[in-house]
Write a protein of this length. Sequence first.
Length: 319
Amino acid sequence: MFVSIAALAIGLGVGLCRASDGCPAWGHHHGGHPGWGDGDDGPSTTATPTASSATSAPTATSTASPSDIPSNGNIWTPSPGVTWQINLVDEVKASTHQVAVYDIDLFENQKEGIANLRGDDRKVICYFSAGSYEDWRDDIGKFQGSDLGRGLDGWEGERWLDIRSDNVRNIMLSRLDQAKEKGCDGVDPDNIDGYDNDTGLDLSKADAIDYIAFLADAAHDRGLSMGLKNGIDIIPQVVKKVEYAVNEQCSQYAECDTYEPFINAKKAVFHIEYPKGEEESNNRKVAANVAKNFCATSSLDGFSTVMKNINLDDWAQTC
């Protein structure tokens, strides 16, 4: 689900290429939500940022150290409110933000860079798609035709995966091996919510719950923590299996209360909002009167909230 960014409008349906060829890797946004799912161009956003200042790497106002809460054994479990940054575009070799956690692309980052990024007691979460086939990834030759469902509308080169397939699961085990070998502290597996999309595979919530349990157990066996990406419908069933949540746009869609089980369990909710909408990615600061529409709600208490460009590059602004 990754498209080239250089001076391009970030719209759905743009051609894809490999990040190593100069194209970034960045994730689906709120997949399956009514109004931004199959056959839709995404949510309309009327908020427009004011170019009051320009910065390529705004600094978080505070830095918290990720705490190791004994959950699922000795697996790292970040606490609510921990500071973080997500960059799925670049190969991130050094921190440009004063934060305690980074979420980066598994394939486009190497062991040496991750080791450097983990300095100063920083934790690194590695992103990959666990529920979709991406035709630019290095391991695409391992997938079988029977593993693939329909294409993801708006994301050229990407198709839903049958998460019940033994072959798909073995490929994901290899990706977890790669995360361990590269030194990631945790993983951020995307697109687990095929049950809420037109996949052509007849996937159910029960399938997603079983898949999350499978991935979490495998991650824990490798000393990795794991988060739930979106998938708000299955939070009650999986909150005890994972160490954190990664959410997109729960403030925009008034869904943040759904994540209360994570906060109550003293587990971080890494939360992203896109106040600039889907057509604009730049280094301009979001005006205070716009930011408050995404940040000023009591339901975000304890959340680790960042405002991002839709392409999930280095730019970030905290609430």
